[in-house]
Design a protein around this ligand. Structure first.
Ligand code: DC
Length: 220
């Protein structure tokens, strides 16, 4: 049995969160940004003086960190950190932290609990492959690294101070790390539909996914 869920995976800055949030509004579904959760753990490690490259130390933090959501904000142990998780420092450190087995186990478990059995949209790297393999619709959203760097530059949710060239380098580095890690690497699920949004507007991507979703509903 498939579940009423849309899984949106893809590389960093491919527009997943923007699309997922707008789509959730249109389709009256709940939305969860799973990347924000890995960023929140990374922020907590940095603020606790823990080296994000040190897997054992990061693992030890897991019992002391509680991530919650409230009204569009993300909270770490009760403290709102919606903007703080988007700094360059967190962005640089998040790939190694998100590659640790124990971190992923805890996050995936929490993501499934949050999703429950309501109609949901989740975006991330492993939603279609690991978190919700039974999602009715799976999208793999990409765009060229150059387009993604341009979009990140204009993104007002980002707390980055990087210029275009630095963003491009950072995006390529994260693509490489996320796609080659041992556990749950970034890759499309076998039944995912690939959308390259390099030459598409936000509205065009929304229309496309909404159309695919409506088609899926007819097959039920
Ligand atoms: O989507 P984002 O750029 O905010 O994600 C931050 C990092 O978290 C990204 O480098 C990869 C990781 N991530 C992951 O491993 N699995 C997910 N489901 C979501 C994000």
């Amino acid at each position: 049995m498939k579940r009423q869920a849309i899984a949106i995976d893809g590389p960093s800055a491919s527009g997943k969160s923007t699309i997922a949030r707008l789509l959730a509004d249109r389709l009256h579904m709940d939305y969860l940004d799973t990347g924000a959760m890995y960023r929140a753990i990374t922020l907590f490690a940095l603020e606790s003086g823990v080296d994000p490259e040190n897997e054992e130390e990061v693992n030890r933090l897991l019992d002391r960190v509680e991530i919650t959501f409230n009204d569009g904000d993300i909270l770490v142990n009760g403290k709102v950190c919606t903007r703080e998780i988007r700094t360059d420092e967190v962005t640089r450190a998040v790939s190694p932290v998100s590659s640790y087995k124990k971190v992923r186990e805890k996050m995936v478990d929490q993501q499934r609990k949050i999703a429950g059995d309501r109609p949901v949209i989740l975006d991330g790297r492993d939603i279609g492959t690991v978190v919700l393999p039974d999602a009715l619709l799976k999208i793999f959203l990409t765009a060229s690294p150059e387009v993604r760097a341009q979009r990140r530059l204009k993104d007002d949710k980002s707390s980055s101070t990087m210029d275009y060239q630095a963003l491009l380098v950072s995006i390529k580095k994260r693509d490489d790390f996320d796609s080659h890690r041992a556990i749950s690497p970034l890759r499309p699920a076998e039944d995912a539909i690939l959308i390259d949004s390099s030459d598409m507007t936000i509205d065009q991507v929304l229309e496309k996914i909404q159309g695919l979703w409506e088609e899926k509903q007819c097959t039920l």
